[in-house]
Every structure is written in C-alpha cells, then in structure tokens.
Design a protein around this ligand. Structure first.
Ligand code: CO
Length: 134
C-alpha cells in the first residue's frame, strides 16, 4: 500500500544551526525557512536525490511539536511520511488492520498542501507515521 518515503521530519531547537549543518557540513540543498502558522511550525526543507528531510521548529504558543522539543531538547526524529495513492482507501485499510489513526480520522491539509493523516506510533514500531496522498 505505501509508496515512496516522502520525507523524514526532524524537530530541531535551532533552525538556523540545523540548516547550516545540512547545508555546510552535509552539503545538501536547503531551502529558506518557511513559516506555516496553521501547522504551528517553521520548516526548512532539505532536498535529497531520493527523498526530503524536513527540519521543524515550533511556531506560536500552540505548536504541536513544543512538547516533543521539551522532551528532546537536542532535537530528534519526529515522524516518517509515506506516500499513498488514495488516502481514504489507505485509512480504511489501516483501520481494518487495527491501526489507530490520530485525530478524527479525516485527512487534513499537510505542509505540502496535500491531504495527510497521522498514525499512532505504538502501532508502528514506536514511530509516528504520516501518510500523504500524492
Ligand atoms: Co511531515
């Protein structure tokens, strides 16, 4: 069911320092910071030949990643995003398999303007999983 790995998201305490690490130390192509107030994050996209890395930093008081950063002050891997062709079919399949979809189960618009859902980390080897319809 799942297709390509769309991105790996990493929460970072210092977006500029993290962008420098990927640009200078790792020699990757790195975007300018992009504030996404609706999502409560500022994002830097790192483009790799086969996938993307998203560096995330909390934005605003109700950021969904604020707690994660409190628990992981050095930053850390936050989620993996897999592509699916049909997000509703994917959701129905996952739920039929006993996997928990977070929230009300209705896809919302993700950071790339495409419908996404998040899946409970306890059902996926301790890793928060995002699925994105592409
Ligand atoms: Co994501």
């Amino acid at each position: 069911m799942i297709g390509r790995l769309n991105h790996v998201a990493i929460v970072v305490p210092d977006l500029a320092a993290a962008a420098d690490t990927y640009r200078q130390t790792l020699g990757a192509k790195v975007s300018e910071p992009l504030p996404l107030p609706d999502h409560g994050v500022t994002t830097v996209f790192v483009e790799l030949p086969n996938t993307k890395i998203e560096l995330l930093h909390p934005l605003g008081e109700k950021s969904p990643i604020a707690k994660f950063l409190q628990r992981n002050p050095d930053g850390g891997m936050h989620h993996l995003c897999y592509e699916v062709e049909d997000i509703l079919a994917a959701r129905d399949h996952l739920q039929a398999q006993g996997a928990r979809v977070l929230g009300d189960g209705e896809p919302r618009e993700g950071a790339h303007g495409k419908p996404v859902l998040f899946l409970h980390p306890k059902d996926f080897c301790g890793t928060l999983v995002e699925i994105e319809q592409v």
